[in-house]
Design a protein around this ligand. Structure first.
Ligand SMILES: [Zn+2]
Length: 286
């Protein structure tokens, strides 16, 4: 078993237009690489039905395929206040769906300049309130906004979640961990010059991190050389193996720890996987 660890991609936008014509191939490639669980975060309300459909449509190939529902900060410009009401309706409808695992992708992006910060904050806070109301974990987009997001989390009781594509300081990392969050690492850490991210990966507790591709974004270092245009979930094992190398642990130990970490902060994901026999023998064997 330990020679074939099972991999988990905790952040993957399979509904992106880049995959529109190639999705069955993309999914098949990930399945062949032993990527057994993928989380699809929604980015806007119009996508909710499609995201849920995808999670069910490809559950044979990827047994641990799940989704979250939310409004991404980059989509708040086009969002309407009524979208919060719609989101609450979708959450209530989805509670009975075992593949629905939380609220996301939500957050604040202070890097992109043409986004209205007040509008972003309105949607972020309103979505955090929903996560608190239904006691659901959240998938966070944190860009130049670590402290503002930590402050908003501290004012509420959100059970847990993932700070995706984490790129903050050690102190900020520790605060997220204290609030019950795991930190997402992926392609960015495969660049040798990404010194800060690689130092976090090396020095933070192993039980604080999860792996992700953020497909089709954040291409790992080697893609440029190979002339590949965008990231995909089949690249997760190679990314994770590079992260394990930076961390200084074996692939099997890394895979097993990461799987457990993701399940810990997303209890509905854990419950789904616990009911799937082929996921049970899992990394536990090592
Ligand atoms: Zn994302």
């Amino acid at each position: 078993m330990s020679g074939h660890p099972m991999w988990i991609d905790t952040h993957c936008h399979l509904d992106a237009p880049e995959f529109a014509t190639s999705l069955p191939t993309i999914i098949q490639a990930a399945a062949e690489k032993n990527v057994k669980a993928i989380l699809l975060p929604a980015v806007k309300m119009a996508d909710c039905a499609h995201i849920r459909e995808l999670a069910h449509q490809y559950s044979q190939e990827i047994p641990g395929l799940v989704y979250t529902l939310g409004i991404h900060p980059l989509y708040t410009n086009q969002a309407q206040e009524g979208d919060i009401e719609t989101l609450e309706k979708r959450i209530v409808e989805s509670i009975s769906d075992p593949r629905f695992v939380g609220v996301g992708e939500i957050g604040l992006d202070y890097f992109i300049e043409d986004l209205d910060p007040h509008k972003q904050e309105f949607f972020f806070n309103a979505q955090l309130d929903l996560a608190q109301k239904y006691q659901l974990p959240v998938i966070l987009h944190v860009r130049r906004s670590q402290d503002a997001i930590l402050k908003a989390l501290r004012r509420r009781s959100i059970p847990s979640g993932i700070a995706h594509a984490f790129n903050g300081s050690f102190q900020q990392a520790e605060q997220f961990i204290e609030l019950g969050f795991k930190l997402g690492f992926g392609g960015a850490a495969t660049y040798e010059r990404a010194l800060q991210i690689r130092r976090l990966l090396k020095e933070l507790p192993l039980d604080s991190m999860v792996t992700e591709t953020d497909s089709p974004d954040i291409p790992p270092a080697w893609l440029r050389g190979e002339g590949i245009a965008f990231n995909e979930p089949a690249f997760l094992p190679r990314i994770a193996k590079e992260l394990a190398l930076v961390r200084g642990v074996s692939d099997a130990e890394f895979a097993s720890a990461i799987w457990g970490n993701a399940m810990q902060v997303l209890p509905r994901w854990s419950a789904l996987c616990a009911g799937i026999p082929q996921l049970l023998s899992l990394n536990l064997a090592s």
